[in-house]
Design a protein around this ligand. Structure first.
Ligand code: NAD
Length: 489
């Protein structure tokens, strides 16, 4: 069985650990590879390599640094199909979803290619007579990226292209559930000729993460994953004096007004709730119907849920793939039962489906629970599966109050034909990403991936100018050149 390696100082290295985890195709339950749970001293080797690379990498002009990213963009495009297949095989989503994820990754490389402009500072002449002041941006040093399982390609790209373009060196800790995608991406990074040590990958789980959080050489941590882990990482890294940004979990509400286009809304909400089998931090997981739309929307979404074609993401015509593993299936199904026990009405039961040809796979079909109690477990827990709760509000004000009582704030969406309602919602909704007639309000690479409340710990988000600010520190220089010295020129 193939054993994955770590990429340290420009070479692939076998881990010294004896502890390996199985990487499984969730649609077929076939073993794909084994991933090492690397040792703390292997993280230390990566940190040393990254630190040694930093002093020369930061001196390479930004215009030259980004040439490696231009090459990487071309390589990613050339290997798009192979990478998408790898994502689907280890993550379970459909091939189309994997292709979409890669496109988002590539867009971040494109934006990071603008670093020569994006990391410019500013200056003021004559802040006092004959004195000038300027602000410049400098890289931090070695930075660490810790990724979740649900977007094995895209999420590391929210960070590392910006980090290295700004002159930092980087260590990535991929999710141990889906490590093959990053292996393939690093092969491409290697082909760009990037100097050894600028990019490193150390596979593993908590031991490697903790070593990264505690390592004195590592100056900043970017994390994406569940909120409890985000909070832990935020605290521990901050205690160690590091700059931290942690994107966490979510429970995303979509509000449907009576004037919304029902057909379009139903299709978009279904795509949001059931796309990627609900394993998206921007998946709609609570639909709030307002006023008279309740019955019509409910009928329409029931039909959409029942019609969803579920299967192996590599097969043609499949609209929804597997969830990540059997443990996740069990958790989703158990939370569905909790919803019923709490008094919710099970409109569509997606539990224990039989998918012909894939009896060993980890599948849950779309599931709909209506009238779940607002303070109950199902309405307040991130299920991370294809389960949509439906609740009702009498007015838009009531619906916004429901949105805002959530402890999460990753995304909130409104479906309406009214500009005034849309403006009110945009203005009042307590969420960092807002969609108006959009079901997955994922920011483009040139916007920050915002997130509020328990969906984000930190100040600066991933992507865009935020990433540039996160990965640089400002230096202010005040200069005076006495007249006697200047006179000679
Ligand atoms: P997770 O929190 O279990 O794992 C994320 C990373 O943290 C992995 O690399 C894992 O190895 C590591 N990790 C896990 N437990 C740890 C611990 N106790 N100590 C140290 N490190 C630990 O998340 P996941 O299941 O891989 O991903 C799904 C979660 O990610 C969902 O909650 C989802 O909402 C969230 N997510 C958020 C965003 C966002 O932008 N806000 C995007 C994608 C996913």
């Amino acid at each position: 069985m193939k054993q994955l390696k770590n990429y340290i100082a420009g070479t692939w290295q076998q881990s010294k650990t004896t502890d390996y985890l199985e990487v499984i195709n969730p649609a077929t339950n076939v073993l794909l590879a084994e991933v090492p749970l690397s040792l703390a001293n292997e993280l230390d080797q990566a940190a040393t390599a990254a630190s040694e690379a930093f002093s020369s990498w930061r001196r390479i002009p930004p215009t030259s640094r980004i040439q490696y990213l231009f090459k990487l963009k071309t390589l990613l495009e050339e290997h798009r199909e192979d990478l998408a297949k790898t994502i689907t095989e280890e993550c379970g989503k459909t091939l189309k979803e994997s292709q979409g994820e890669l496109q988002r990754a590539i867009e971040n490389v494109e934006v990071a290619c603008g670093i020569p402009t994006l990391m410019q500072g500013h200056n003021s002449e004559d802040i006092a007579r004959g004195i000038d002041e300027s602000m410049i941006r400098q890289p931090l040093g070695v930075v660490g990226v810790i990724a979740p399982f649900n977007f094995p390609a895209m999420i590391p790209f929210w960070f590392f292209p910006y980090a290295i373009a700004c002159g930092n060196t980087c260590i990535i800790k991929p999710s141990e559930k889906v490590p093959q995608t990053m292996e393939k991406i690093m092969d491409l990074v290697d082909q760009t000729g990037l100097p050894a040590g600028v990019m490193n990958v150390v596979n593993g789980s908590k031991t490697v993460v903790d070593a990264l959080l505690d390592h004195p050489t590592v100056k900043a941590i970017s994390f994406v994953g569940s909120s409890p882990v985000a909070k832990y990482i935020y605290r521990r890294a901050a205690e160690n004096g590091k700059r931290v940004q942690c994107q966490g979990g979510a429970k995303n509400p979509v509000v449907i007004l009576p004037d919304a286009d029902l057909e379009m809304t139903t299709q978009i909400v279904a795509d949001s709730a059931f796309g990627c089998a609900g394993q998206r931090c921007l998946a709609a997981s609570l639909a709030i119907t307002v006023g008279s739309v309740k019955a019509d929307f409910t009928d329409a979404i029931v039909e959409a849920a029942q019609q969803r074609v579920v299967g192996n993401g590599l097969d043609d015509g499949v609209q929804m793939g597997a969830v990540i593993n059997q443990g996740s299936c069990d958790r989703i199904q158990s939370l569905t039962q909790t919803g019923i026990d709490e008094g919710g009405k099970l409109l569509v039961d997606g539990r224990n489906p039989k998918i012909p040809g894939y009896e060993e796979g980890s599948f849950v079909r779309p599931t709909l629970l209506q009238d779940i109690p607002l303070q109950g477990e199902v309405a307040t827990t991130e299920i991370f599966g294809p389960v949509l709760g439906i609740i009702h509000a009498d007015t838009l004000d009531d619906a916004i109050a429901l949105v805002n009582q959530s402890r999460w704030g990753n995304m909130a969406c409104l479906f309406t034909n009214s500009g005034a309602a849309a403006r009110k919602f945009r203005y009042e909704a307590e969420a960092g990403n807002v969609g108006i007639n959009i079901g997955v309000a994922a920011p483009m690479a040139f916007f920050p991936f915002s997130g509020w409340k328990e969906s984000f710990y930190g100040d600066l988000h991933g992507q865009s100018q935020h990433a540039v600010e996160f990965f640089t520190q400002t230096k202010v220089v005040v200069e005076r050149w006495p007249k006697e010295w200047s006179r000679q020129f």
